[in-house]
Design a protein around this ligand. Structure first.
Ligand SMILES: Nc1ncnc2c1ncn2[C@@H]1O[C@H](COP(=O)(O)OP(=O)(O)OP(=O)(O)O)[C@@H](O)[C@H]1O
Length: 775
């Protein structure tokens, strides 16, 4: 709230004789508050002694002398008030002065020159200029034009143009609500969106005022005119609206009735006019007194209309128009006195904000409808009447704006009316279906476009190229499949051949010593036995592997079998395996030939397979051996006795006397030859075989016997050990299949090399011996 006294200005009307001496003076510098001094001219008729006051001084905010321009008046007086109105405050500018002092000229302006435009047109121009500059608010401007004549109000903006007298204009009456707010009935408000429209309204009001004017009734003199600009402003989206009114008031002439010298009707009018001005003065006086609680606004229509402007919520400015001629001095002083009282009035100005009643009504209506809908849902009373076309259209608009709204938080507010909710769902479904159909048609059109594109020569060439590439790929695939099949067939043939070789080997192993040349067999056997053992040992696990492979292949799909063959072929060790395979085959062939030669040798010397492993000594051989041993023993005894007889006295024998004193036991007898022999002979094991006495011969005999015993021992051990079986099948039986074929072959090679070497070492002397003793 802003507290502000009513601003008072003075304007002196130009006189015919400018700056009449001694009438008035303006002091602009007096303590920065201008003052107007009116000097009463001395009248000789009053006599020599004259005690009358000769001058009167009045203070104003500003005093405009005779040469003041209309523009200066607007800038200094009207413009600040217009700015307050634009800000939302009420404002009033009224001109007060005697008839002909220039009130109308100041408020409305003169018609002769454009520069004579008064406050109303200049303020309209300024306000619309500012409205165009400010886009932050939405402004609405309305114009009303009221004339008060003889306490009656008339609407000067009657558009009918039928008024020939003031009484033809619509009469305006005052209504007051419980809050003591004044409402003017029949006063039309006309919206003006531009300055031109507003000026047209001003022109219309002035025209009506002039038409109604008669020579007997000069409206401009005897009536009050109030031109009001109603300005509303609202920020976009806001329901708060600001209302401001600017009253531009041209009051009737304030001259005193007595001075007018009129009678009859004019006197009555003058009384009314003065009465209304009198009531205005009463209001002003009441407002200027601090302790007055009652302000007589209701005494006249004019004070009722200007209630806010006088001591209320308004920024009010008064222009005291003065015609400072000698004959008008008293009226001028009266005007200035009135102004001085007005200057004492303090107004309390506040912003006129309110909720837009139209928006309020819409909001309340919507709330009522929502409550009704909710109540219908709660009580189960659904409305069944069909929605109107307008309602359906409104709903579809809501759905469209809802779908177009990018805000994910947006909601489709249709209230609690089930009819509207159902319609929304149906409409959305329809939109979805339409979109699907549209999507399908667009897809089919795309396919058509694609087909059309294929007919393009460039596209066709590319298509043909792709087809050729596809054919080429098919051919490559066929070639690869055929290669795989051939590889598979090769692998199967190799497996078949290997299994056939294994069968042959097994057949040859069933008779490892077939008849043939024994020597050749023995020689060949010595050189090839390890290889044969290696081949055979390699074959057996490979054969079992083949079985396993076959089983695995039976389980594997054709594709996996082919993949396995490719894996084998491409494996890093495949070449080594192939080489080993060839070596094994070669060794197998050599062993096979050796076995055949051995068998041939055996058949030639007549050794059967049973003879090779005698279960017990031959009786004939034992008998002959015993005879031979007996003969040898006798021979040795005879030789020994003769030798002892010849050497009985020799010194060498003396050293052996203790041996002689010992009883002659077979053992001692057996040891004698050893004692008689050289040092090497003495170390030899005890034997029952009679020695010849010849050291060389005996040494040979003992070496032979030792070797034979050793061989026999080994042979016996060999017969007891399954590893040393002469049957290669038995030897193969302990060799377990090894995933590492090369390692397995190496192990078996070494193992069987040892076995065969032992076997041959053991068997060769026996064979020789058998050959020697066998008839
Ligand atoms: N400041 C001024 N400069 C030039 N001419 C003026 C000025 N003031 C008034 N006049 C002229 O004086 C005449 C009377 O002025 P105006 O009609 O404005 O007086 P008024 O106070 O309105 O009288 P009324 O009370 O009868 O309406 C007009 O012709 C007007 O042009």
């Amino acid at each position: 709230m802003v507290k502000q006294t009513i601003q008072i200005f003075a304007r002196v009307k130009p006189t015919v004789r400018k700056h009449q001496q001694g009438i008035y003076s303006i002091d602009e510098d007096e303590k920065l508050i201008p003052s107007l001094e009116i000097i009463l001219p001395r009248d000789s008729a009053d006599g020599f002694v004259n005690n009358k006051r000769e001058n009167y001084k009045f203070r104003f905010q500003r005093i405009f002398d005779q040469d003041a321009k209309q523009e200066a008046i607007f800038e200094s007086i009207a413009k600040p008030v217009a700015e307050s109105v634009l800000a939302g405050y009420n404002g009033t500018i009224f001109a007060y002065g005697q008839t002909g002092s220039g009130k109308t000229f100041t408020i409305t302006g003169g018609a002769e020159r454009y520069s004579d435009r008064g406050i109303i047109p200049r303020t309209l121009s300024y306000i619309f200029e500012q409205l165009q500059k400010d886009s932050s608010k939405i402004y609405t401007t309305h114009i009303s034009y009221l004339e008060i004549y003889n306490e009656c109000g008339y609407d000067l903006l009657d558009p009918r143009h039928e008024a020939s007298s003031l009484e033809d204009l619509p009469k305006v009456t005052i209504l007051e609500d419980p809050d003591q707010n004044i409402h003017l009935k029949n006063l039309s408000l006309h919206q003006a969106t531009t300055e031109e429209e507003a000026l047209n309204l001003l022109f219309l009001g002035d025209t009506n005022r002039m038409i109604a004017e008669t020579p007997m009734n000069q409206a401009s003199t005897r009536s009050h005119c109030i031109f009001t600009i109603h300005l509303s402003s609202k920020e976009p989206g806001s329901a708060t609206v600001r209302h401001a009114k600017l009253h531009l008031v041209d009051l009737a002439g304030s001259e005193r009735v007595a001075k007018t010298g009129v009678g009859g009707q004019l006197l009555t009018e003058a009384k009314y006019i003065n009465l209304s001005l009198h009531y205005l003065e009463q209001v002003i006086i009441a407002l200027s007194e601090k302790h007055r609680s009652h302000i007589p606004y209701r005494n006249s229509m004019m004070t009722s209309v200007l209630r806010d402007s006088l001591g209320g919520n308004c920024m009010t400015t008064m222009i005291a128009t003065l015609s400072l001629e000698k004959r008008n001095v008293d009226e001028s002083i009266s005007t200035c006195r009135f102004a001085q009282r007005v200057a004492l009035i303090k107004n309390e100005v506040v912003l006129n904000e309110e909720i837009d009643p139209r928006l309020m009504i819409i909001r309340l209506q919507k709330e009522i409808q929502e409550l009704k809908d909710e109540l219908a849902i709660v009580t189960g009373e659904q409305r069944t009447e069909a929605l109107t076309e307008a309602e359906l259209l409104q709903l579809e608009k809501l759905i469209t704006s809802f779908l177009e709204d990018q805000d994910p938080e947006s909601r489709l507010e249709v209230g609690a009316d089930m009819r509207k909710i159902h319609h929304c769902f149906h409409h959305l479904k329809k939109l979805l279906n339409d979109k699907k159909i549209l999507g399908k048609s667009s897809v089919s059109s795309e396919i058509k476009d694609r087909d059309h594109d294929c007919q393009d020569p460039l596209k066709e060439e590319e298509y043909k190229k792709l087809q050729d590439t596809l054919k080429q790929r098919d051919n490559e695939i066929n070639i690869l499949v055929n290669m795989l099949k051939r590889e598979k067939k090769k692998t199967q043939d190799a497996l078949h051949l290997s299994s056939m070789d294994g069968s042959e080997l097994r057949r040859s192993q069933s008779s490892p010593f077939p008849p043939g040349n024994p020597e050749e067999s023995q020689r060949t056997l010595l050189s090839s036995a390890p290889r044969q053992a290696q081949d055979a040992s390699t074959f057996q696990p490979r054969s079992s592997l083949f079985h396993k492979k076959t089983g695995m292949r039976e389980e594997m799909s054709l594709g996996r079998q082919e993949a396995f063959e490719i894996f084998k072929r491409d494996h890093a060790d495949s070449i080594t395996i192939e080489d080993n395979k060839q070596i094994l085959k070669q060794r197998f062939s050599e062993a096979k030939a050796l076995g055949e030669s051995i068998n041939e040798a055996r058949s030639k010397i007549g050794i059967s397979e049973n003879m090779a492993v005698p279960s017990r000594p031959d009786p004939l051989e034992e008998k002959l051996r015993a005879q031979l041993e007996e003969e040898k023993r006798r021979f040795k005894l005879t030789l020994e006795n003769s030798f002892l007889g010849q050497q009985a006295n020799s010194p060498a024998m003396n050293s052996l006397d203790h041996m002689k004193s010992s009883p002659q036991t077979p053992k001692s007898q057996h040891e004698r030859p050893r004692l008689l022999s050289n040092k090497s002979v003495s170390k030899r094991p005890t034997s029952s075989i009679p020695l010849t006495g010849d050291s060389q011969t005996d040494s040979d005999i003992l070496a032979f016997i030792k070797a034979r015993q050793s061989i026999l021992q080994k042979k016996c051990k060999s017969f007891r050990s399954p590893v040393c079986s002469l049957n290669p099948k038995a030897a193969f039986s302990f060799a377990q299949p090894c995933p590492d074929r090369k390692g397995l072959c190496d192990d078996l090679d070494q193992q069987h090399h040892t076995i065969f070497t032992s076997f041959l070492r053991a068997e060769t002397p026996q064979l020789c011996h058998q050959l020697a003793v066998t008839p």
